[in-house]
Each structure stands twice: as structure tokens, then as C-alpha cells.
Design a protein around this ligand. Sequence first.
Ligand SMILES: Cc1cc2nc3c(=O)[nH]c(=O)nc-3n(C[C@H](O)[C@H](O)[C@H](O)COP(=O)(O)O)c2cc1C
Ligand SMILES: CC(C)CC(=O)C(=O)O
Length: 380
Amino acid sequence: MTTPITNVADLRELAKRRVPRAFFEYADRGSYDEITLKANRAAFERIALRQRVMCDVDNRSLATDILGEPVSMPLAIAPTGLTGLQHGAGEILGARAAAKAGIPFCLSTMSICSIEQVRAAVDTPFWFQVYVMRDRGFTRDLIQRAKAAECSALMLTADLTVQGQRHREIKNGLSVPPKITLRNILDMASKPRWAWSMLRAPSRSFGNLQGRVENTDSLSTLAQWIAKQFDPRLNWRDLEWIRAIWPGKLIIKGILDPHDARLAADHGVDAIVVSNHGGRQLDSAPATIDVLPSIVQAVGDRTQVLFDGGILSGQDLFKALACGAHAGLIGKAFLYGLGAMGEAGVTQTIELIRRELSVTMALTGQTDVRRITNDVIWRA
Ligand SMILES: Cc1cc2nc3c(=O)[nH]c(=O)nc-3n(C[C@H](O)[C@H](O)[C@H](O)COP(=O)(O)O)c2cc1C
Ligand SMILES: CC(C)CC(=O)C(=O)O
């Protein structure tokens, strides 16, 4: 009898066995000394919750809205590059699982399946995350493609104009386009489920970047490619340019400072994502849950405050809501589910988090996810 999967950590273990090492470590690891990666988790662990009893918690509501759209719970799938290398067609499977669960899915600029492939495979609208490239014409085309695909929100990522170094990425030889080396071919061949999913996938290289990725004669590392393509001149004035191309809902991701949060609100964005990129960018940046309350205080209700960084359970999500987030996003938790079992694994991640959130609400005396406040946090 196989051991049942009871939490996201189990899905991570399964993904580690099933996904080729280079891709698993790309998803799993952080930048430099991984101080921020670890801080995201440690900060969640330091928060204690107040247990309440005798509150009649039989009927609990997890439903809310994000950017005015109803969702079954305050959770969304974060944009993750190279998702389709964790499992063939990963972006399509992720978007499908999210749609079935009633939560938003955000597609990355650096996805393997293209905007159009995801649009053709999934009926429910998804969000699109944009990286601003030095080539503004190409960036404009990306945004226009998202508009043509009827994406329901545009997420501008602000915290990766220059990439924080991830040692494992370099040691594993991650490249653009993804290449097969003698070293990783053996690893890939020993992952039959993964290999089968890749054979059937509609895309195995960066679907949105036709004409942008070098041919195999001139392979570059991911970091080299980003240095050449991403625009480090990105600044607040660019928002006007983006607004002119994209009239719909606009989210800025990568806000970690109350001052920047205020500027984002001043520029009229519909939402911000408080994020340190999952501990993959500025190492020694604070844990996102530690800065969240000051950012919520800085912006009030001028913009919706979304949150990510370290969420692996419904308890974590509950703590983020208690600290003032409107909803949380999951990056690694999503990828572990995907790498472990494809769409079923993503569904399992989401449903685990849903059940954990619901039980945590019950044990803290909460019946409505929209009414969780910092009262639920234990203060000695
Ligand atoms: C493998 C991986 C790839 C990522 N790629 C992107 C990306 O393409 N665009 C982006 O805005 N954020 C990207 N992120 C950051 C996530 O959107 C999110 O901020 C982060 O994963 C949240 O932390 P968590 O992984 O602890 O949940 C990526 C994260 C991971 C783990
Ligand atoms: C390809 C990368 C730029 C995607 C990303 O944002 C990341 O790996 O964190």
C-alpha cells in the first residue's frame, strides 16, 4: 500500500523523484545563500495563532473576490517560468486545475506553452505576467497578445530587471533554449513519467519568445539571456506607457517596501503583490510576511494587497490573511503538485490548502474568510 499524500511536503518529495534534477532545483531553490528563501518559511513558523472554542463554526465561507471577480477561496497561482518543464504542458494543466478550483491562474512571460496555446486549451480567462524587455516593441506585442487572448489581468513584475544569481541554475547548466546535455540526458531518461509528458506536450521551449531565443549553436545560460533581454531601466514612468496599451486590470508584483507600495497606489494600479520573488532575487530581503502589515498600513484600501512567499499550507495562507493580505499566491507549492502528478497534483495542492484553511478557520473561531483580522494572531 502506498503512503497517502497528506500535505504539500509529500508532493515536493514526489516531484523531487519524478522531475529531472535541473528543473526540480530550478523550482525549489533560491538566490545566493538562500537567506530570504529560508526567512519566508521561518517567519511563518514564528507566528502563533489564537485558539478559540465554543464559537459555532459549522458553516464557514471561504469565498471572496479578487479584483472584483468571484473566487472560491483567496488563493491564486503565481506566474512561474519554465512551468512546462516540470511536467509537459504544465501551464495548460495548471490553468485547468485553477479554473476547476475556482481560483485565478497567472501565466508567465517565460512560460513553455504560449499565451495562445493556453487560451486555446482552457475556457476560463487567466492573468498574464509581463517582463519588460529592452525591446519595447516586443514587450508591446506580448501585452497585445495577452489582450487578444482576453486575459483578465496584466501583472507587471518589477523585482527582476536584473537576475539574482541562483547557484544551482548555473551548476545544472540551465540554458535558453533548454538543452539536453550528456549529464542530464541520463537523468531525463530515468524519469519515464516526465519524459512521456514531454513527448506529448505542445511546446518544449519558451512559447512566447519566438525569434528571441538563440538557436542551439549559440546557447546562453538563463542569466546571460535575461541580462541581454530584460530592461533594467524600468521605472514608474513606464506605467503610463503600459496603461496606454493595457486598459484592463493591472497588478504590480514584487513590492516589498511601504514607500514603493504608496507609489504603486499613487499610480492607480488595481493590486500589488507583496513579494520577494519566493527568495529568488534580493538575498537578505525580509520575509514577505514580516513586511506585509506595514505595506497594508501604507496603502489602506487604495489598492488590493496580494501576497506571496513561502505559502505551503492553508495555515500559512490564513496567517497572510490575518496580516492584511486580500489573497495569497503560490509558486513552489503549485510546481511541487505539478511535478508530482500533473493536473491532479495541482488540484491536490489547491484542495489541501483549502481544507487546511477551512480547519484553521474553525479552530480559531472564524466563519468568514473576508472577516479574518490580526485578532487571530497570538500575542503573549
Ligand atoms: C520556478 C519559479 C519560477 C518563477 N518564475 C516567475 C516568473 O516567470 N515571473 C514572475 O513574476 N515570478 C516568477 N516566480 C516568482 C513567483 O511568481 C512567486 O513570486 C514566488 O514563487 C512565491 O513564492 P513561493 O514559491 O514561496 O510560493 C517564479 C518562482 C518560481 C519558484
Ligand atoms: C526565467 C526567469 C526570469 C523566471 C523567473 O522569474 C524566475 O525564475 O524566478
